[in-house]
Design a protein around this ligand. Structure first.
Ligand code: FE2
Ligand code: FE2
Length: 210
């Protein structure tokens, strides 16, 4: 068995009353969520690329990590659709998706905003509708994803504020800064601009995240 990607056996989670699954609001909400998660993941990858190009390696890695989370959210939603709707149905959705964030700073700000909408409005509402239509497991999943998005919001708010203010690598009181390349550690109010041990730039210093 492949331990990284174990095969799953699909089963129908709920009949959702007598409705055909593809006629439910939950089916359309899953499709919209899949589209939203795919786009969020790609937007974050683009911010991560800009961050890397500007020398912010650890910032880039953190944003990539969140992008990976969104890819897995998309996979969970995709699997629910396939599981309940089969392989062949085309699902029509009409939705608005954001195209914002022309700089790292803006990208981080809009990302925090989008995460807040998902965690506070969109997914709780989709969870409510799924429960109403009889899809308990899907409802619980929407709520679990909302919880993750809530943490993503906190992360993006932190990254946005500190990137904007130039305080990603400074602190009011002395804290430990670590070079992610060589492991050198140093306690001060400000991280080294060049690692004294391996000469890596400040962009490789481990971030202090919320
Ligand atoms: Fe997500
Ligand atoms: Fe997210």
């Amino acid at each position: 068995m492949n331990v990284l990607f174990p095969k799953k056996k699909f089963k129908i989670i709920s009949q959702g009353g007598n409705m055909e699954f593809n006629l439910t609001k939950t089916c359309r909400n899953l499709a919209a969520s899949f589209a939203g998660e795919c786009q969020a993941g790609m937007r974050y990858q683009l911010i991560a690329k800009d961050a890397l190009n500007q020398g912010y390696k650890t910032l880039s890695d953190e944003i990539k990590h969140i992008a990976k989370n969104e890819t897995y959210h998309a996979k969970v939603f995709f699997d629910y659709i396939i599981q309940n709707n089969g392989n062949t149905k085309n699902i029509e959705i009409t939705n608005g998706f954001p195209f914002e964030g022309d700089t790292i700073e803006n990208g981080l700000m809009f990302a925090a905003d989008a995460e807040a909408k998902e965690s506070d409005l969109i997914y709780p509402e989709y969870a409510r509708i799924a429960a109403e239509e009889g899809f308990k497991e899907i409802s619980d999943t929407f709520l679990r994803v909302a919880e993750v998005e809530s943490h993503h919001r906190i992360m993006f708010e932190y990254l946005y504020k500190n990137f904007k203010e130039g305080t990603l690598f400074t602190s009011d009181k002395p804290i430990e800064y670590e070079c992610t390349n060589c492991g050198f550690r140093f306690t001060a109010k400000q991280a080294f601009s060049v690692c004294p041990l391996c000469k890596s730039s400040q962009g490789f210093v481990k971030l202090h995240l919320p």
